[in-house]
Design a protein around this ligand. Structure first.
Ligand code: NAD
Length: 356
């Protein structure tokens, strides 16, 4: 029997269903071309789940995704569900799902397509050729550390990392660097924080297993500055939860367009692959959303969850080719567009190139 994978599909709310359908169209095309088979099973999350079941994260979703090889996700949320109590809101469902899946590593690539250098707010000479990956620790650090408290006249949180937590995220970063340009820049605040000293020592220990990868260290304040000043110096940025939260958002803006950027959350079990943008209720149902971030997330799924590297490369080059030929969705219409496409036209074009 050939290679076969089971993909959990969560379309979500707003533009979610429109963009996920295009990613599936591309996955179908590339899987036929590369000789493997994908089976899909849909699950509910967020607003769609609230409407159907009364809760944002139904048990059926939790149990079902655990049996998949990977999960492809669109986006959730929208004004319809904004006034619900916190535990019933769509975002609570997504946070619960991420936690249950134990995805400790968040991968956020930032790349700038040559044809879209003008979409960035930075000078073309600064951003042209940027291709970096932020590897952020996702379920530890100050967001989860105990003790924490909000008292009357003071409040505190605790930044904690164990060596094991640092080791496992560092390994992810080094493995990724091995498949890229073999450079890891570990970002911390070791001049001030003990937790960062432990982080740095542990990363250096892990680096010994990867002699081909060049390791450097940078303080987070400098890293924020360098990302804007000279982003091309970075290949893989390895960092903790709070620093990664801030740096990955800054890095995403190098490309200037939210509709292009994918992400992956991986751990020891099933991974979750999703665009970085939200459900864009302002344009939902109009067939004008940019599906590229979701299609690129599907490519990350092939690469990092299924190890179907050839298929992932085909999708990445198909996206680059379609953009180089001047096809744009409305959000990118002011950047050297030769033809403005609907969501489904963009999906069909990328599927066509990816299947060649
Ligand atoms: P958003 O990312 O949904 O939209 C911001 C702006 O970018 C909007 O003008 C939108 O039209 C545009 N945009 C986003 N994706 C696009 C695409 N693919 N093509 C073209 N244009 C696109 O952020 P928001 O407006 O702050 O949030 C809307 C809803 O999404 C909220 O309910 C929020 O909670 C939710 N949200 C969900 C996620 C997620 O599911 N992971 C992430 C962020 C926000």
């Amino acid at each position: 029997m050939g290679r076969e994978y089971k993909i959990g599909v969560i379309k979500g709310d707003g533009i979610g269903p429109e963009i996920v359908e295009e990613a599936i169209r591309v996955l179908d095309a590339v899987s036929v071309r590369c000789g493997f088979n994908l089976k899909y099973e849909e699950f509910l999350l967020g607003g769609a789940a609230i409407d159907e079941t009364g809760v944002p994260l139904p048990d059926k979703t939790l149990k079902g995704v655990a049996k998949c090889d990977a999960v492809l996700f669109g986006a959730i949320g929208g004004p319809k569900w904004d006034n619900l109590e916190r535990h019933l809101r769509p975002e609570t469902g997504l946070l619960g799902l991420r936690k249950a899946m134990g995805t400790f590593a968040n991968l956020r690539p930032a790349m700038v397509y040559k044809e879209l250098v003008n979409a960035s707010t930075l000078k073309p000479s600064v951003v042209e050729g940027v291709d970096l990956m932020v590897v952020r620790e996702l379920i530890g650090g100050i967001y989860f550390g105990e003790p924490r408290a909000l008292l009357e006249d003071r409040a505190y949180n605790t930044m904690v990392y164990t060596k094991d937590e640092v080791r496992r995220i560092a390994k992810v970063a080094f493995e990724i660097a091995m498949k890229r340009n073999k450079r890891v820049c570990s970002v911390d605040k070791a001049n001030v924080l003990e937790v960062s000293q432990l982080w740095r020592e542990t990363v250096e220990e892990v680096a010994k297993d990867y002699p081909k990868v060049e390791l450097s260290h940078m303080y987070v304040d400098n890293a924020a500055m360098q990302l804007i000043r000279a982003p091309k110096q970075f290949d893989v940025i390895l960092t903790g939860n709070i620093f990664g939260d801030i740096l990955s958002d800054a890095a995403s803006m190098l490309s200037g367009s939210i509709g292009l950027l994918p992400s992956a959350s991986i751990g020891s079990g099933v991974g979750l692959f999703e665009p970085i943008h939200g459900s864009a209720p302002d344009i939902a149902g109009q067939g004008i959303a940019n599906p590229i971030a979701t299609i690129a997330s599907a490519s990350m799924m092939l690469r990092y969850a299924l190890n179907e590297i050839e298929a992932a490369k085909k999708i990445d080059s198909a996206i680059a080719k379609v953009l180089s030929e001047g096809y744009r969705t409305g959000d990118l219409s002011s950047f050297d567009a030769k033809e403005i496409c609907a969501t489904s036209d963009m999906g069909a074009l990328i599927a066509d190139y990816a299947s060649r």
